[in-house]
Design a protein around this ligand. Structure first.
Ligand code: MN
Length: 204
């Protein structure tokens, strides 16, 4: 895998003993995206999964943030007191003390309640979602992508946004070897017709 943030990724798969191939022709086109310039801020990431912390840290590394990490709700409250962050990204499901309880403590503490809290949760329960929206300043659903995260942060942290241009590749044509076409016609025609209708990822 060769990957450049904001530009794209190339995945290569080399299969042994496969005689046929497809060729893809792509053209570079310009694509606009929004980038932000944030004022220096302290962000506390409260999240029990190390891999999720790493992903969010990666999204934020190019910005002027001081990042702290808490692995459960109790630590989130403790570090909120210690570091006085401007914003907390609060995972709701955490061991020891849930994000819920931590939000409750922070928002009822005269000295801490100014801290903006953005809930981050995988919970698809609508009832819970409504409750979270009431007590938190913002809300993100997992898996969080960089664009959504920055957009949410821009609502709570001083910033100016800049429209950037990126060169991205757009696929123009896919040339499929005649032999493959013949195999597809002979052996996979019925399946192909269904794929064309239902577009199920696994079938494709
Ligand atoms: Mn969790």
């Amino acid at each position: 895998v060769v990957s450049s943030p904001g530009i794209g990724s190339t995945f290569s798969l080399i299969m042994k003993d496969v005689a046929f191939s497809a060729e893809i022709e792509a053209e570079k086109i310009g694509q606009e995206f929004i980038d932000y310039e944030f004022v220096h801020s302290k962000i506390l990431i409260a999240e029990d999964m190390v891999s999720n912390v790493d992903v969010i840290k990666g999204f934020l590394e190019d910005y002027d943030f001081e990042i702290h990490v808490a692995v459960n709700g109790a630590e989130a409250v403790e570090k909120a007191r210690k570091y006085r962050p401007d914003l907390i990204l609060m995972d709701i499901q955490m061991p020891v003390m849930s994000g819920y309880e931590a939000v409750d403590i922070i928002k009822n503490d005269e000295e801490l309640k100014y801290i903006k809290i953005v809930a981050v949760t995988a919970s698809a329960m609508l009832e819970r979602e409504e409750k979270i929206k009431k007590v938190c300043d913002g809300y993100l659903r997992k898996p969080v992508n960089k664009g959504e995260l920055l957009r949410e942060l821009s609502l709570h942290i001083g910033n100016k946004f800049i429209i950037q241009q990126n060169a991205v590749e757009e696929i123009k044509t896919i040339k499929i070897n005649e032999n493959i076409k013949e195999i597809l016609r002979r052996e996979l025609w019925d399946e192909w017709k269904n794929i064309g209708v239902f577009m199920l990822g696994t079938d494709i």
